[in-house]
Design a binder for this molecule. Sequence first.
Ligand SMILES: O[C@H]1[C@H](O)[C@@H](O)[C@H](O)[C@@H](O)[C@H]1O
Ligand SMILES: [Fe+2]
Ligand SMILES: [Fe+2]
Length: 315
Amino acid sequence: MTIIIEKPDLDLQIMEQKVQEEPRELVLDAGFKVQKSVTNTGFDAPEINSFGQSFRDYEAESERKETVEEFYRLQHINQTYDFVKRMREEYSKFDRAEMSIWECCELLNEVVDESDPDLDEPQIQHLLQSAEAIRKDYPDQDWLHLTALIHDLGKVLLLPQFGGLPQWAVVGDTFPLGCAFDESIIHHKYFKGNPDHNNPAYNTKNGIYKEGCGLENVMISWGHDDYMYLVTKENGTTLPPAALFIIRFHSFYPLHTAGAYKHLMNKEDEENLKWLHIFNKYDLYSKSKVLIDVEEVKPYYMSLINKYFPTKLKW
Ligand SMILES: O[C@H]1[C@H](O)[C@@H](O)[C@H](O)[C@@H](O)[C@H]1O
Ligand SMILES: [Fe+2]
Ligand SMILES: [Fe+2]
């Protein structure tokens, strides 16, 4: 069956205008300390998370610190070039489920992410919180609302039906394989236990890659980002390329926040990275204890899902 879906028109200039506009107000949490954003994306980023700490502070003493650090120890030891290659092959069969995007959102009700120092709510709340926040500031970019809604759906890999992968193979920040692990990666010290770290083919700045080869050609640690990117592509979405880029690289903090690995980017990546920078603010700073009423916003997101995706997808 061929499904024809109207192609969205993506106007990059709209983004250029938006970035210069005055920030709008976004109240995330009652009594939350809200700071005028240091970024110019029109989003008031809160200074502290729901645990009273700065966002992404991996050294702060908190109830989650130990769990998060142990998570990164395992992730850094086990994510190797060969592992990622095997996982990509395995999950490119798309033989685990047939379901709609919304069904997958509901599955995420069961999932809690052990790598995240800022959030311990069910993941469906994170999807809706980030989508609603970005929708408020970019009302005309409906593709961006939907991208936010789906960006973490790959976390279903944690569920038995999708292989029940361990947390280190699903969540957390990502980084490239096949070249040196950059110092900016959280808890970098644990890479000492990774076999690739001592492999001369993989431990130089460029490793197996050529400068400017394009991120499309770079092997990235396996997890919810790469999986959801594969699923989205395979099922013939009409979302624009920037959406796929966001999905695949949203956890690539070493690149989008620390500025590492830029030598691997090409021209197209540079354009897409602008969108990822915008997206990242909403992904990170919308995490809050004020929950969204799922049933209330469902009709809006259903309309976007129908616009950009087939009814059932292969997972
Ligand atoms: O802990 C978080 C979480 O797992 C996010 O979904 C991911 O995108 C982040 O990069 C990661 O650090
Ligand atoms: Fe994520
Ligand atoms: Fe997220």
